[in-house]
Design a protein around this ligand. Structure first.
Ligand code: ARG
Length: 285
């Protein structure tokens, strides 16, 4: 533990240094990984962690919190994978539960409430296309990442916005609490935040804002669904972000269980297949 504290201090210093260099996003990915493995408990539990050690809110059920406003990762469908919930994350959640002989349950809530729900035990894990950030790691532990994304700009087809810097004197819309909001804050531009991605998109479609900053795959879905929009990327302003599942801080038993399944599903191609399947599905709608 003493050793851990020292390492943690060092990592914190490193990650602060790195995050100062980056405009936005998860930043400090390497430092992030160091923090993850530094939790001495990870190794400690590895030795004795049969998945039987996992304690969940309801016995035999893995309760996942999500915010089903984020296609193709989670959305509400007429018949979903778990109840009315469908998407890449929902399919992953179901597989994790099944592979461990459990049932998966979904609790749909505001994105901003997920980490609090974890902390107070309302949910066992949060799966919500959630980007790992240094800030979020202060209140939750994250699984190994299962998806890499980036922020992009959605604009009208005839817009002359071609780079992040072009947003300077334009009206920018983001979704409250998403990393897109953090990115725009970091760039120092004023913006308006909406509760849902669809609300921000409506604002753009109706000509009330000039650009929406949001995650790439979700942006693609909105552009497919709405005439006259296009995506503008700027890799120098928006670095890549990694999605991972969050658990309550210190719940290494559950984290180990999640990591084992994610690792296997990444290795055998299941997760990239799900990605392809759901991007086609949302495109075809
Ligand atoms: N990746 C972004 C973030 O972590 C947006 C996630 C939104 N997810 C959702 N289910 N609404 O902030």
């Amino acid at each position: 533990m003493r050793k851990g504290t020292k390492t943690a201090a060092l990592v914190l210093a490193m990650s602060m240094a790195v995050s100062m260099l980056t405009a936005c996003g998860s930043g400090a990915d390497n430092a992030a990984e160091t923090v993850g493995t530094e939790t001495v408990d990870t190794d400690a539990t590895d030795a004795g962690a049969a998945s039987g050690a996992v304690v969940t809110k309801t016995e035999g059920v893995l309760t996942f919190g999500t915010n089903a406003e984020f296609p193709p990762f989670e959305f509400i469908a007429s018949s979903g994978v778990i109840d009315q919930y469908d998407g890449i994350d929902i399919a992953i959640a179901k597989q994790i539960a099944e592979e461990n002989g459990m049932k998966a349950a979904i609790e749909n809530m505001e994105f901003d409430s997920l980490l609090i729900a974890l902390e107070n035990g309302q949910i066992d894990a949060a799966i919500a296309g959630m980007t790992v950030t240094e800030k979020r790691k202060e209140s939750a532990d994250f699984s190994i990442p299962y998806y890499t994304a980036t922020q992009v700009m959605i604009v009208k087809e005839d817009s002359d916005i071609a780079a992040a810097a072009d947003m300077a004197d334009r009206k920018i819309c983001v979704v409250q609490g998403y990393t897109g909001e953090i990115c725009v804050q970091d760039l120092g531009y004023p913006y308006e935040a909406f509760k849902k991605g669809t609300e921000a998109i409506m604002e753009l479609v109706n000509g009330k804002c000039d650009v929406v900053v949001i995650d790439s795959a979700t942006a693609q879905k909105y552009v497919n669904d709405n005439e006259g929009l296009k995506i503008v990327e700027d890799a120098s302003a928006f670095e890549s972000e990694e999605y991972a599942i969050a658990v309550k801080k210190g719940n290494t038993e559950l984290l180990d269980m999640l990591n084992k399944v994610i690792e296997a599903k990444l290795a055998d191609g299941t997760i990239s297949e799900l990605g392809a399947q759901y991007t086609e599905a949302v495109t075809a709608e």
